[in-house]
Design a binder for this molecule. Structure first.
Ligand code: NAD
Ligand code: GLY
Length: 346
């Protein structure tokens, strides 16, 4: 087993172990004295792994119940959050009990926000089952739901008490969901670690499983370092947004349907690199293609820019974008919306 200790305001461990789903009860009981555990999951992940997690929790002496909601981004909303609160209340869950987020980033984000707000805060554990959730969303304490005005607009910082990553769970992922997570892995290589980038570019979507544990460990360790330096997202943490300004714009243009976050990040990284660091563009695009992700878009920049100016990382009239001039090194740049438009050739 590999362990990463995250030293944030509320420190915790990330455990990386194949098969850990069947030992999660033991690991959770080692850090928490509560006896009631509520698993929050979606209908796909619950069907695949719910019983194994429940059995493991019961073997370790937990009383266990499960709240399941329909899979997909459309469930990350205030109505499902309200249903979770009602479920917890009906089950008489108290502040000394624990929530378990079993699933991808949607489950992790809404469970984390429920944990941040139910009874003004209750502990929660992340058992991420998508690559994106293992290497990104389960670590770092950002929790959120979507509202009509946009994605992730309501949320809180709430660090989990433990994160358990079982890379065997990634074997049941649909191909395109695995590819989505690879966009974030490529991003970590680009912003912080040329060796990681080299490891990723030497594989493709069919062969990456052979180095999955090493890649997951390295990505989480980069996230740990960035989050420890800037837990509340006021500076350095913005480098994690490489490719995201245009990526979010692409997602928004597609109305968050039929165009995933990973596709947006992949295309966004390639587009900004094409414009501002063309010397890296060929290598980045070759790598992105190997993971069956888009390297650009046919949508005119004039149609994407209005979505960039809605970016939630905007401060007053300025927005931030990230540029990598060398693989492994990222810079944060702040410009006005007009300057960004000019840079993008408009
Ligand atoms: P997701 O949670 O919607 O999962 C994608 C699909 O895969 C779902 O249908 C799910 O049921 C299925 N699935 C999950 N695990 C599976 C498994 N092991 N086998 C088979 N199917 C499985 O999507 P995601 O990409 O994991 O997460 C996206 C969400 O994460 C977005 O809401 C995004 O805003 C959020 N996010 C949050 C952060 C953060 O820091 N909090 C960072 C990045 C993204
Ligand atoms: N996923 C970006 C962040 O955690 O800051």
């Amino acid at each position: 087993m590999n362990e990463i200790n995250v030293k944030t305001s509320h420190p915790y461990e990330v455990l990386i172990e194949r098969g850990a789903v069947d030992s999660c009860g033991k690991y959770i009981s080692e850090i928490i004295s509560s006896r009631n555990a509520v698993i929050i999951t979606d209908d796909i992940v619950g069907g695949l792994y719910g019983e194994r997690v429940t059995n493991s929790l019961k073997e370790s002496g937990f009383e266990c119940s499960t709240f399941t909601f329909p899979n997909g981004e459309h469930s990350k909303n205030i109505s499902v959050l309200g249903d979770i609160f009602d479920f917890l209340c009906d089950a008489s869950i108290t502040r000394s009990d624990i929530l378990i987020a079993l699933g991808g980033g949607v489950v992790g984000d809404i469970t984390g926000f429920a944990a941040a707000s139910y009874l003004r805060g209750i502990d929660f554990v992340q058992i991420p089952t998508t690559l994106l959730a293992q290497i990104d969303s389960s670590v770092g304490g950002k929790t959120a739901i979507d509202i009509k005005g946009g994605k992730n607009l309501v949320g809180a910082f709430k660090q989990p008490s433990l994160v358990i990553c079982d890379s065997d769970t990634l074997k049941t992922l649909p191909r395109e969901v695995l590819a989505d997570g690879m966009a974030e892995a490529i991003k970590y290589g680009m912003i912080r670690d040329e060796q990681l980038f080299e490891l990723i570019e030497s594989h493709n979507l069919d062969t990456i499983d052979t180095v999955m544990d090493k890649m997951v460990y390295t990505c989480i360790d980069i996230k740990r370092d960035v989050v420890e330096n800037d837990e509340f997202d006021r500076g350095e943490r913005m480098i994690l947004n490489f490719g995201h300004t245009l990526g979010h714009a692409l997602e928004g243009w597609h109305n968050y349907t039929d165009y995933t976050h990973g596709m947006g990040v992949a295309a966004g990284m390639c587009m900004i690199t094409d414009m501002l660091a063309p010397q890296l563009s060929g290598r980045l695009k070759k790598c992105v293609c190997a993971y069956e992700l888009p390297v650009g878009t046919d949508i005119p920049m004039s149609e994407l820019l209005p979505f960039c100016s809605k970016d939630k990382k905007r401060e007053s009239d300025k927005l931030s974008y990230i540029i990598c001039n060398t693989i492994g090194k990222a810079e944060i740049r702040k410009v006005t919306v007009a300057e960004f438009s000019e840079l993008m050739g408009e």
